[in-house]
Design a protein. Structure first.
Length: 481
């Protein structure tokens, strides 16, 4: 006790500096009161896991890191506030240059401002004096006297400067992730912009931290191929068959299915309450870090019955095409053949699906019509714009002699698929056994956050046409004349 009392203030500061330098998690504990003076610090093992992987970047052991973790678990504060401040201060790396980006400018500015508040605080300055230059101390950009700097930007405007660290926090908003156009923009940024913003292509690091929102989001793109990213995935509730392990020797320490990630903050009562409000799709993506629920979300696919043969008497049969013009990748062209039976059920008779160029696609549609026969009405989904209209008209002309029609669908995909979902839930949709069954059901499981929705679009279109009163068939016959 007497030895402790003899320590000077400088001795205690030196001990604290050493304690903070030894680990990022230690620094977080000590610095928390600066950013959140009214909130007690609550530690969770996931903080150690994230910090361990960020430290590996600081030590040069990693330079690509993808973190999937639920909201509210300090992901932004750890990666975009504490970590860069730790490098500038306790680790003695004030020359590090960091770009902090998000899907919108405001979020990136928020964390940049928090870091500046921490750096400028008396607590930090007393331990690690770090002067910001007066002419480069702005809301979106500031520089220190060691030439290190921090920039905030929306990813779409990430131009000019090159950083030693690029942290992309939430590439997608929850709403925008369902937009194909937005996802394509984000993926283009990932492929074309991020690599060009690195100060040293060999050693500079990219960290992407996000929740899963769609199969084709940025995480999905990274995980589909080997882009050199270490993947730290920590769902809210543990799933033993998805236990996360990384090259650093980290393994998710939970052992029981359903065990919570951060019970100190998100108790069982809180998680169960929020799950009821959020719904299955949001829980799967935002909590569990997989875009779709295990049992499906939009469609109750387990209520589909697979039958060996359709009824002998079918009232009306339609083949509905969702066209794509991609050869060997991207979207699929899908043609779903569906009929109504005298029993009032809808029978999916056949699905043709392929990734082909436009010329081969048109041949497939014509050949399929020949096989289906004159009794099957063919519908073509018309894409937007003059190009979509012209493509549909060309297909109709190629189907001369058959009952062929086109339409430009209105409303969101989910709205158009709702009747199909309702009929599946009621047990009124049956699949005729075929090799296509698995791919068809797999797409239903992940809709509307799956990578592909071509079969769903075609099946929805077919059912919506079959559900129209029988008298509309007279209109079809008149249109053939």
């Amino acid at each position: 006790m007497s030895a402790a009392l003899s320590l000077s203030n400088e001795d205690w500061l030196a001990i604290e500096r050493e304690y903070c330098a030894r680990s990022l998690a230690n620094f977080v504990r000590e610095a928390w009161h600066v950013l959140e003076p009214g909130q007690p610090y609550i530690h969770g093992w996931h903080v150690d896991a994230i910090c361990e992987h960020l430290e590996a970047i600081t030590n040069g052991d990693l330079n690509r890191l993808l973190i999937n973790i639920p909201p509210g678990t300090m992901k932004s504060t750890l990666t975009s506030v504490f970590w860069p401040a730790w490098e500038w201060g306790p680790k003695g790396l004030p020359h590090i240059r960091m770009i902090g980006a998000s899907h919108e400018q405001g979020l990136a500015v928020r964390d940049t401002r928090k870091m500046r508040n921490l750096i400028n605080s008396p607590w930090f300055q007393q331990r690690w004096p770090t002067a910001l230059t007066s002419d480069q101390n702005q809301k979106t950009f500031y520089e220190n006297e060691a030439t290190g700097w921090r920039q905030a930007c929306a990813v779409a405007s990430m131009t000019g400067k090159r950083g030693d660290r690029v942290v992309w926090d939430d590439p997608h908003s929850v709403e925008a992730a369902l937009s194909a156009a937005h996802r394509e923009t984000a993926l283009r940024v990932f492929q074309e912009t991020l690599p060009t913003r690195l100060n040293n292509p060999d050693k500079s690091a990219i960290v992407i931290v996000m929740q899963r929102l769609h199969e084709a989001d940025v995480s999905g793109f990274i995980l589909e191929d080997d882009y050199g990213y270490e993947h730290l995935c920590l769902p809210m509730e543990f799933e033993s068959d998805r236990r996360c392990t990384t090259s650093l020797g980290f393994t998710d320490p939970r052992t029981e299915d359903g065990e919570l990630l951060f019970p100190q903050r998100f108790s069982r009562e809180t998680v169960d309450r929020d799950k009821k409000v959020m719904g299955a799709m949001a829980v799967a993506g935002q909590f569990q870090q997989r875009p779709a629920p295990r049992g499906g979300g939009f469609f109750e696919w387990d209520k589909l019955e697979v039958v060996e043969t359709p009824p002998k008497k079918l009232l009306q049969t339609i083949r509905y095409w969702d066209k794509a013009g991609t050869d060997g990748g991207g979207d699929w062209t899908a043609g779903v053949k569906m009929a109504t039976g005298a029993d009032g059920c809808f029978y999916v008779l056949d699905v043709i699906r392929d990734q082909v160029a436009a010329s081969k696609r048109e041949r497939i549609i014509r050949q399929t019509a020949e096989v289906d026969g004159l009794g099957v009405h063919t519908w073509i989904e018309q894409e937007g714009g003059s190009g979509g209209k012209e493509s549909a008209e060309n297909t109709i002309r190629s189907l001369a002699g058959y009952s062929a029609f086109s339409e430009r669908p209105t409303g969101e995909k989910s709205a158009r698929a709702t009747p199909l979902s309702t009929q599946i839930e009621a047990g009124n949709v049956k699949l005729v056994r075929g090799a296509w069954n698995k791919d068809f059901i797999d797409e239903l499981k992940t809709f509307p956050v799956g990578k592909h929705d071509d079969q769903v679009d075609a099946a929805s279109g077919a059912l919506n046409k079959l559900a129209v009163p029988v008298k509309s068939g007279l209109v079809l016959k008149r249109n053939r004349r």
